[in-house]
Design a protein around this ligand. Structure first.
Ligand code: ADP
Ligand code: MG
Ligand code: MG
Length: 887
């Protein structure tokens, strides 16, 4: 199998092998677009290299063959003394990781060929500028010299010239910079800069391979859930020169606005610059409109190509281009990253433009994006102090304390503070701080700057290019042009949707999309786009979506958001507050009489709870779980009570009630409450408890029937491991039902089912289904029980190590462990339905709102997922996408 491919050998669907950049360079080459020729070393070669055996066998020879072909096509030899061929060596993984890995430009220059380049081009300044760029990038990337050495030397050269613009450095200045850079390399790297062009290339290829494993690349992959073992491809490509003079330049562009999704090209251009200058923000870029004035011909070519790319990819594209002496070259394209609102707008616009079908539109947006559109926005009616307005680079409303470096951002965030990372511009080393921050604010750079691209990728709020701010990271403050100063720790608010920066904390209000889900009439094109996508997803999906709701308010909201019932109504909170005393009385009761008294008092209260919830969900099923948590949660703390009693005894005698209570607390004290007396065990231990709850449910249903309603309660027994447990409890419940029917003269419709949240229950699901009329997988507990760890104890303790070792790529509490816990869900469903073919099966637990997990539950044939009310729209969308993904 070959390891190296010419650009014209590949196509856009070969991202696995060629990486995204390589695959798309190949696609553009085959479309006949002006792409500098080159070849791609496959990800396969990188994986071989990273596995530790050095450069894969035969790779060097293959590279030689392709290089020779490239030299022939170009009529130049790599690094030749006269008229040298120069190449770039570019990283490019399957999934774009902007700026996380390395690229080296101008490979092939050395002390001789730089003179050849100068002679051949008649442009000495350009030749020296290219050489100093090579030394700088090669030094930092390949020889691991700290980048600050080079930038300090460059700044020094500019200072000597009395300028802060690199364009003011002439050929002589740059020749000196080249000498200084070579000295820096020799001193810092302990070896001279390699003069042999083929050695430069070889070392650069290794460095690109190695850059797969830098800390920032790993962190980015974890954040973006990109697998660790993919490796990167390497693209070797003939150089074109944007730094040739003012008739040359480099730019980046989007075929639509990546922030709003609106039609119209969007981009930045920089004259007399190589590509890396554009994103690095060393000089301020100009807009594409200005580019049109500068070079109308190249602009027209660019627009024609962009239109062609959009039609070809049927999606918004993001491109890099360079103009060399008035000729346009394409250096990169990909389907562009976009904000959530842009994703919805673009999808719907493209349907209306006839480029894609509705099915495809729904596939192109995600539940996570929808969730972001539901985040609160700043309240426009609130009083606010505007400090500055920058670019609306990544939407959202973020409030936090201003911090000026990544370390502080991480440190403060770890102690629970919300922070906004404020920088002049960000670079890949700021990634840790960007992850930790609520939002990112920069004073330079456009919507295509590093900060903007990365923030959009992570869904972090970002305002960039707020030029009225003078950021002084050293002094940990920024000044606003009119004089106001914001120091580290001062609270600011940034609006990534409008680009506004406010002093202090601005209050937030509901997003328009939420108001739409709430049933309000909202006149807004984004809301319309969301509405159309949701309608199509609802039409496509098989899975039903219910909500986890414990209160009438939550139930009502869930219903407005499209919930088709309640999948989990927890009853434990109904025993807190003032009712806690009754529960205490129930537990400490020494005879049946006082136990009954406590239960009798609880009954009407419970009945009222259920009546209201059943009313809010009238006509839809409501799964009510009988009380689940261990009893000690309702009792005073053991240590506190012991101290209280001990102190009172010293002072001449403790309260009799306290002494008795302490005995009970001691008796009920558990080493391991999660594995202790809870769930159905509790129901069996205190027989009247479950019966009282069942009575409350059935009487509430009778009340609802009398009021003309249609209650559909489903009584759910938690933590069942054996069918006998279920039978014991079910027997009591059926007894209660008879009594209620006798007393009230109506028999409410109801079912009795169980949670499957213990491995034993999953294994014996066929038996349990003999008694249970429905199953609901409690995947929170099932995950804990399957892995044998408790969420509260382990997440902070050792999960980060597990991520480092790749044992998890995501927490199993966040996204279902499909192999293990998912395997039990699949088996339990199959076994259950074997016994009872019409068994209704759902899941409750946080996974019910997680996109990846929802797709799994759909595939294994569950009837519904249940999630928090706010996630209901997300689940509806993902349930639709799951079906459409298979279509
Ligand atoms: P990244 O993935 O970080 O964008 P790239 O490999 O795209 O890295 O390269 C960095 C910059 O160098 C980009 O602006 C790109 O357009 C530019 N560049 C890469 N190869 C060439 C080339 N052969 N000629 C001119 N510019 C190039
Ligand atoms: Mg690029
Ligand atoms: Mg549970």
């Amino acid at each position: 199998m070959a390891l190296v491919f010419d650009f014209h050998q590949g196509n856009k669907d070969q991202k696995d092998l060629l990486g995204g950049k390589g695959a798309n360079l190949a696609e553009m080459t085959n479309l006949g677009l002006p792409v500098p020729p080159g070849f791609t070393i496959s990800t396969e070669a990188c994986r071989g290299y990273l596995a530790g055996d050095g450069m894969p066998e035969g790779l060097a020879e293959e590279v030689d063959v392709h290089l020779a072909r490239l030299e022939e096509a170009m009529g130049r030899r790599l690094g030749a003394a006269e008229d040298p061929l120069l190449v770039s060596v570019r990283s490019g993984a399957k999934f774009s990781m902007p700026g996380m890995m390395e690229t080296v430009l101008n490979i092939g220059l050395n002390d001789e060929s730089v003179a050849g380049l100068a002679r051949q081009s008649g442009n000495e300044r350009f030749a020296q500028d290219s050489y100093r760029r090579l030394l700088q990038m090669f030094g930092a990337t390949v020889l691991h010299v700290g980048g600050e050495h080079f930038s300090a030397a460059l700044d020094e050269a500019k200072r000597a010239k009395g300028s802060d613009d690199d364009l003011d450095l002439d050929a002589d200045d740059l020749r000196q910079v080249v000498t200084v850079f070579q000295e820096i390399i020799e001193k810092q790297a302990g070896r001279p800069f390699p003069q042999d062009p083929r050695e430069q290339m070889e070392l650069a290829i290794r460095a690109v391979f190695d850059s797969w494993n830098t800390d920032r690349a790993r962190l980015y992959r974890r954040q973006e859930r990109i697998p660790e073992d993919l490796g990167t491809a390497v693209n070797v490509q003939a150089m074109v020169f944007g730094n040739f003079g003012m008739d040359s330049g480099s730019g980046v562009a989007f075929t639509r606005d990546p922030a709003s999704g609106n039609q119209g090209v969007y981009g930045d251009y920089l004259q007399n610059a190589q590509g890396e200058d554009v994103v690095a923000g060393i000089r301020n870029t100009v807009s594409l409109a200005d580019f049109e004035d500068i070079d109308p011909t190249s602009y027209a070519d660019l627009l024609a190509i962009m239109a062609r790319l959009e039609r070809h990819y049927r999606d918004m594209c993001d491109i890099e281009f360079t103009v060399e002496r008035g000729k346009l070259w394409m250096l990169q394209t990909r389907v562009g990253k976009r904000t959530p609102e842009a994703a919805f707008r673009i999808a719907i616009h493209m349907v209306d433009e006839g480029l894609i079908e509705m099915d495809e539109a729904v596939r192109r947006v995600t539940g996570d994006q929808l969730a972001q559109l539901m985040f609160p926005r700043f309240d426009e009616r609130a009083e606010r102090t505007l400090l500055a307005t920058g670019m609306n680079a990544s939407p959202g409303a973020a409030v936090g304390k201003a911090v000026f470096d990544s370390d502080t951002a991480v440190e403060w965030a770890e102690r629970g503070e919300d922070v906004i990372l404020v920088r002049k511009e960000t670079n890949p080393d700021d990634l840790r701080g960007m992850v930790a921050a609520r939002g990112i604010l920069t004073s330079r750079g456009g919507k295509t700057s590093h900060a903007a691209v990365v923030a959009r990728g992570m869904g972090r709020t970002c305002v960039c290019g707020a030029e009225a701010l003078d950021v002084d990271a050293g002094a940990r403050e920024f000044r606003v042009r009119d004089g106001e100063t914001v120091r580290e720790g001062d609270v600011i608010s940034i609006d990534g949707t409008t680009g506004e920066v406010f002093a202090g904390e601005v209050p937030v209000s509901d997003a328009l999309v939420v108001r739409h889900f709430e049933g309000e009439k909202v006149d807004d094109d984004l809301v319309d786009a969301v509405g159309r996508v949701m309608a199509h997803a609802d039409g496509a999906r098989r899975l039903r979506v219910r909500a986890n709701a414990d209160t009438p308010d939550d139930a009502a909201r869930a219903r407005r958001f499209g919930a088709q019932g309640i999948g989990l109504c927890r009853t434990e909170h109904m025993f807190l507050g003032e009712r806690r005393a009754l529960v205490e009385q129930l537990i400490v009761a020494e005879d049946e009489e006082s136990q009954h008294a406590a239960l009798d008092e609880l009954l009407p209260l419970q009945r009222q709870d259920f009546t209201e919830i059943l009313e809010a969900m009238d006509g839809l099923p409501v799964t009510i779980r009988l009380i689940d948590p261990p009893l000690h949660e309702f009792l005073p703390d053991y240590t506190e009570l012991s101290v209280k009693v001990a102190l009172a005894e010293q002072d001449g005698g403790a309260d009799q009630r306290d002494i008795r209570l302490l005995e009970h607390v001691r008796r009920l004290h558990e080493q391991n409450p999660m594995l202790g007396m809870r769930g159905v065990r509790l129901g069996i231990q205190i027989p009247g408890l479950f019966a009282m709850q069942a009575r409350a449910i059935l009487e509430a249903s009778a009340d609802r029937l009398e009021a003309g309603g249609r209650p559909l309660p489903e009584i759910m027994i938690p933590l069942v491991a054996s069918v006998r447990e279920l039978d014991v409890v079910k027997h009591d419940i059926l007894g209660v039902a008879e009594e209620v029917e006798e007393q009230r003269g109506v028999r409410p419709e109801f079912t009795v089912g169980t949670m499957i949240e213990l491995p034993r229950a999953a294994f014996l699901a066929d038996r349990i289904a003999g008694s249970a009329e429905f199953f609901s997988f409690g995947t929170n507990d099932l995950t804990q029980m399957a892995w044998g760890f408790s969420r509260d104890d382990v997440e902070a303790a050792f999960f980060s190590r597990y991520f480092d070792h790749g044992i998890f790529d995501v927490s199993p509490f966040e996204s279902l462990d499909q192999l293990g816990v998912g395997g039990m869900v699949e088996m339990g469903t199959e076994k259950g339905r074997h016994t009872r073919p019409d068994l209704k099966v759902g899941i409750c637990g946080e996974h019910g709102g997680d996109p990846r997990s929802i797709h799994f539950f759909d595939r294994v044939g569950l009837d519904y997922v249940s999630c928090s009310p706010f996630r209901v729209p997300v689940a509806r969308l993902e349930a639709g996408r799951s079906v459409l993904a298979r279509r």
